[in-house]
Design a protein around this ligand. Structure first.
Ligand code: ACO
Length: 385
């Protein structure tokens, strides 16, 4: 934890992304369901998406993205004080994916929790983390969006299975006195639209049973047209609201990074904001909709490609299940990173190997001490006999 004294700014000092190796092209989907490359491209703009290999999980991808973000930030895992993982596809309902990430990174001083706000999860996470830094409670945070949507996609439903992909993106935030960083955020929700986009079973309302499996209730269900209309409206409104909160106008904006759900939604939002295509970042063509991961993946990619420079004003805006929406205005303060010296990179790689050993060692100690307690209890019982 930090020093509990108010800080003035929360800067983005590192960024990273991870897409799994396996690529699924539209043509392959047309062998699974009654669809075509032409339909998918014209209605969504998507050409291909990345999917996890068997055994690869949300936490695994989150760790890869986080490592890259730490590398850019020139940060050691032990300097991270807070980890937030935004996801609707956690490895387990509990423990949180953030705790798994904390352990795999060896971020021994970090608090960690998951955040569920659908595709808006990363914006919610960024806002929470930035405000925790501004309060002075923490000095650094890792905010990750990571999803294995392929695990909740109904591969027999052509209306949804063409849309989604897997991946992760991450940023490192650090508090500082110099101007810039996350200038403002604006979040919203409307639970009355919860059934427009949902995963019906597996929670306390409809627990898992043979019936829920037979009725395919563990997969994403969506009313696409209604989500589309909602998306275009909130992307416009949230962008204008966050700029106003930050004391800026649309004319000050350098780059809009929207949630990557559908190229038609991105273009409609750009039109309604009167922004030229060059001012709106899009990569939905290559990754599909990766939910909470889509904005940090796009942000990292834009930074890597030099589309964001020091001094630029960037707005990230998203919408998703809940219904939720949100936007964050960021004044970019980090110059293009220099590659860390080889020695430092080797040390960090060694540290990650040590983190694995540390984790196993802690499990062993816990196992041994549990043995001790059990023996004590047995001993107690025996002595009564
Ligand atoms: N291939 C071929 N035909 C299809 C497919 C497909 N993959 N999917 C639907 N169709 C058909 C429909 O059956 C329908 O046929 P009909 O006219 O004979 O009934 C026709 O195409 C038109 O269907 P619509 O649903 O009206 O198509 P639309 O143009 O609205 O596009 C889409 C559908 C792409 C889903 C669009 O509505 C959309 O992008 N909505 C928003 C989705 C979104 O952003 N979701 C966010 C999820 S984020 C999260 O939290 C996980």
């Amino acid at each position: 934890m930090g020093g509990d004294s108010l800080s003035s700014h929360a800067h983005v000092i590192g960024w990273g992304k991870y897409l799994p190796q396996r690529v699924l092209k539209n043509g392959e989907l047309s062998e699974l369901v009654d669809t075509s490359d032409e339909w998918i491209r014209t209605r969504t703009g998507i050409r291909e998406r990345h999917l996890v290999e068997d055994g690869e999980t949300t936490a695994d991808m989150a760790v890869q993205a986080a490592r890259q973000a730490l590398e850019v930030a020139h940060f050691n895992p032990t300097q991270v004080e807070l980890i937030i993982v935004a996801t609707v596809t956690p490895d387990h309902l509990f423990p949180s994916t953030a705790c798994l990430v904390q352990d795999m990174l060896g971020a021994t001083r970090a608090a960690a929790f998951d955040l569920s706000a659908g595709c808006t999860g990363f914006i919610y996470g960024l806002s929470v983390a930035a405000n925790m830094l501004l309060s002075g409670a923490y000095r650094s945070a890792l905010v990750i969006g990571a999803e294995t949507l392929s695990s909740i996609t109904d591969w027999t439903d052509r209306a949804t299975c063409v849309l989604f992909g897997d991946g992760a993106g991450a940023v490192v935030l650090q508090s500082g006195e110099n101007e810039g960083g996350v200038l403002a955020s604006s979040l919203g929700s409307d639970g009355s639209g919860g059934d427009l986009l949902w995963l019906p079973a597996g929670g306390s309302r409809i627990p898992t049973s043979q019936r829920t499996l037979d009725e395919r209730l563990h997969f994403i269900q969506m009313k696409g047209r209604e989500v589309f209309r909602f998306a275009v409206k909130v992307m416009h409104d949230a962008t204008c609201e966050v700029l106003e909160k930050a004391g800026h106008a649309l004319g000050d904006l350098t780059l809009l990074i929207p949630h990557q759900a559908n190229q038609r939604i991105i273009e409609a939002a750009a039109r309604s904001l009167d922004l030229s295509p060059e001012m709106v970042y899009s990569n939905v063509e290559w990754y599909g909709n990766t939910s909470a991961a889509s904005i940090p993946i796009a942000l990292s990619e834009a930074a890597e490609k030099g589309r964001i420079q020091t001094g630029d004003l960037v707005v990230c805006v998203g919408f998703g299940a809940g219904l939720t929406w949100g936007a964050a205005a960021i004044r970019w303060t980090r110059p293009q990173p220099m590659l860390a010296p080889l020695r430092r990179r080797i040390v960090r790689r060694l540290y990650y190997s040590l983190a694995r050993i540390r984790s196993r060692f802690r499990r062993l100690i816990r196992w041994l001490s549990a043995f001790g307690i059990k023996d004590g209890l047995n001993g107690g019982r025996r002595s009564k006999e």
